[in-house]
Design a protein around this ligand. Structure first.
Ligand code: ATP
Ligand code: MG
Length: 450
C-alpha cells in the first residue's frame, strides 16, 4: 500500500510546518492548505484531513461537510482552539473521525492519525475482499454462447455500467436470475459496496418491511432498539429483491415511493432517510398478468419496467445445453475427482430433446446426479433415466392465465391428424390414445375427416 496522504489545513504556517515535519518522519505523505478553498481543491488526493476549525474564508465545519459529500471515505480530524461541546457534537454528526484541542502535543496527533488510518486500511481490506469475491460473478461465470445468451450478457454489461437505479429480471425458475443480479452488481461501480439479497416471499409483511426499511425504537412491541434496514446497509451498493411478485400491496407502494424519491422513513420514524442504492428485482411470475389480476400494482410494474431483462428458458437456447453440460461436467470432475470426458452422442440427443422446466438448475442437478454414479468416461442416456423416464417430447407448462382445455385438445387433435395425413390410427398413436377415442373426439369437435 502506498503511504497514506495527509492534508494539513491551517492558516498558521508554523503549525503546518511542525505537523508536516513530524508526520513526514512517521512515513506519511503530507500536503498543505492554508484556506478552505485550497483545502477543498486538494482534499480528493488525501486519505485524511487534519482540519482547523477556524479558517480565514469559511469555517472548518463547512469544509468537513463538503469533503464528506465529495468523498465520504476521507477521514477528518478537526483541530479546534475553542472547543465547545456543541462544535464537537456537530463535527461528529457530520462524519468527523475525531477532534483534538489546540494546543496539542504532536505525539497525541500521531497516535490519533495512526488509529484513524487503521480504519482506512480495514476498509480497503474489506473492499479488496468484496472485489475478489466478485471475481466469481463476472460475466465469464455466465455460461452460454447462444444468440439469446450473448444478447442477455451484453445487456447485463450495459446495465451494470449505466446509472440505472432499477432493474427487473424476469425468467422461469433456474434461468439464472440470481447469477445475473450478482453479475450486475460486481461489474458496476457499486462493487466495492454491499450487495444484499432478500427473498420477498420469505418473511411476513411486517418483518419484511422492517428488514428493508429499518425501524425506530419502540416502533412495535419487539423493537427495543433502532435498526437500520437493508436499504441503509446497502447505501452505495445494490439491493436484490428476489420474488418481488410476492410482495404485499402495502409494501409495494412503500417500495414505489422509495424508488421514486430515493428517500424513505424507517418504520415508526418521522425523518426521511436518503440512500443511493440500485434495486434489482426478480420474479418468475408474469408481472403483467399479476397486474391484470390486481395482485401487483400497475404503477410499480411500470417503474420496474424501465430496465427489464428477460432470461430466456433453456429450451429456447438450444446450443447452450451442451456448453453448460460440458461446464458442469468439468466442475463435478473437479469436485468428485472423476475424469468424465463428456456426453455420448446419444446422451447429447437426450439432453437436447428434454424441455428443462427447471432450466439451468435442473441441468446442473441432472449432471451432478449422473456424475456421482457413473464409472465410464462418457455419460450415456442411461445416466439420465430421471429425464428419459418422464420425457414426453414436449413439456407442457400451464401459462399463468390458464388455458381452455377443450380448445387445446381440439388443436392437438387437428395437428395429430394433419401429421398423420388423416390416418386415425397413426394420429391415435401420436396422442397416446386409441382409435375409438380419436373418432369420438373428431365427432365431438365436428372435425371433417379426409
Ligand atoms: N448461464 C449460466 N451459467 C452458469 N450457471 C448458471 C447459468 N444460469 C444459471 N446457472 C446456475 O443455475 C443455478 C440456478 O440459477 P439461479 O439461482 O440464478 O436461477 P434463478 O433464475 O434465480 O431461479 P429461481 O427463480 O428459482 O430463483 C445456479 O446454480 C446458477 O449458478
Ligand atoms: Mg433465484
Amino acid at each position: 500500500m502506498p503511504s497514506p496522504t495527509i492534508l494539513v489545513v491551517d492558516d498558521e504556517s508554523l503549525l503546518r510546518w511542525s505537523l508536516r515535519e513530524r508526520l513526514t518522519t512517521e512515513g506519511y505523505r503530507v500536503i498543505e492548505a492554508a484556506t478552505a478553498t485550497e483545502a477543498l481543491d486538494r482534499a480528493s488526493g488525501a486519505d485524511l484531513l487534519l482540519l482547523d476549525f477556524k479558517l480565514p474564508d469559511v469555517d472548518g465545519l463547512s469544509v468537513l461537510r463538503k469533503v464528506k459529500e465529495q468523498s465520504p471515505e476521507t477521514l477528518v480530524i478537526l483541530m479546534t482552539a475553542y472547543s465547545t461541546i456543541e462544535n464537537a457534537i456537530e463535527a461528529m454528526k457530520l462524519g468527523a473521525y475525531h477532534y483534538i484541542n489546540k494546543p496539542f502535543n504532536l505525539d497525541e496527533v500521531v497516535l490519533l492519525v495512526e488509529k484513524a488510518l487503521e480504519t482506512i486500511e480495514l476498509r480497503r481490506e474489506v473492499k479488496a475482499l468484496r472485489v475478489t469475491q466478485g471475481a466469481d460473478y463476472g460475466f465469464d461465470a455466465i455460461i452460454g454462447q447462444s444468440p439469446a445468451m450473448l444478447r442477455i450478457k451484453s445487456v447485463l454489461a450495459r446495465v451494470a455500467s449505466s446509472p440505472a437505479s432499477t432493474v427487473l429480471l424476469t425468467g422461469e425458475t433456474g434461468t439464472g436470475k440470481d447469477l445475473a443480479a450478482k453479475a450486475i452488481h460486481y461489474n458496476s461501480e457499486r462493487r466495492t459496496r454491499a450487495f444484499v439479497n432478500i427473498t420477498c416471499s420469505a418473511l411476513p409483511e411486517q418483518l419484511l418491511e422492517s428488514e428493508l426499511f429499518g425501524h425506530e425504537r419502540g416502533a412495535f412491541t419487539d423493537a427495543r432498539t433502532q435498526k437500520r434496514g437493508l436499504f441503509e446497509t446497502a447505501d452505495g451498493g445494490t439491493v436484490f429483491l428476489d420474488e418481488i411478485g410476492e410482495m404485499t400491496p402495502a409494501l409495494q407502494s412503500k417500495l414505489l415511493r422509495f424508488l421514486e424519491e430515493k428517500t424513505f422513513k424507517r418504520v415508526g420514524g418521522l425523518n426521511d432517510v436518503r440512500v443511493d442504492v440500485r434495486v434489482v428485482a426478480a420474479t418468475n411470475r408474469n408481472l403483467e398478468e399479476e397486474v391484470k389480476a390486481n395482485r401487483f400494482r400497475e404503477d410499480l410494474f411500470y417503474r420496474l419496467q424501465v430496465m427489464p431483462i428477460h432470461l430466456s428458458p433453456l429450451r429456447e437456447r438450444k446450443g447452450d445445453v451442451q456448453v453448460l453440460a460440458a461446464y458442469f461436467i468439468e466442475r463435478f470432475n473437479h469436485e468428485f475427482r472423476k475424469r468424465v470426458k463428456g456426453l455420448s452422442p446419444a446422451a447429447v440427443e437426450v439432453l437436447d430433446q428434454y424441455q428443462w422446466p427447471g432450466n439451468v438448475r435442473e441441468l446442473r442437478n441432472a449432471i451432478e446426479r449422473a456424475m456421482l454414479l457413473v464409472d465410464r468416461d462418457r455419460l450415456e442416456p442411461e445416466d439420465f433415466t430421471t429425464l428419459t423416464r418422464t420425457v414426453s417430447p414436449t413439456h407442457f407448462r400451464l401459462p399463468p392465465e390458464g388455458v381452455n382445455l377443450e380448445e387445446v385438445e381440439r388443436q392437438l387433435l387437428t395437428q395429430a391428424l394433419d401429421r398423420a395425413n388423416g390416418n386415425q390410427t397413426q394420429a391415435a398413436q401420436l396422442l397416446g390414445i386409441n382409435r375409438d377415442q380419436v373418432r369420438y373426439r373428431i365427432e365431438k369437435f365436428g372435425l371433417s375427416t379426409k
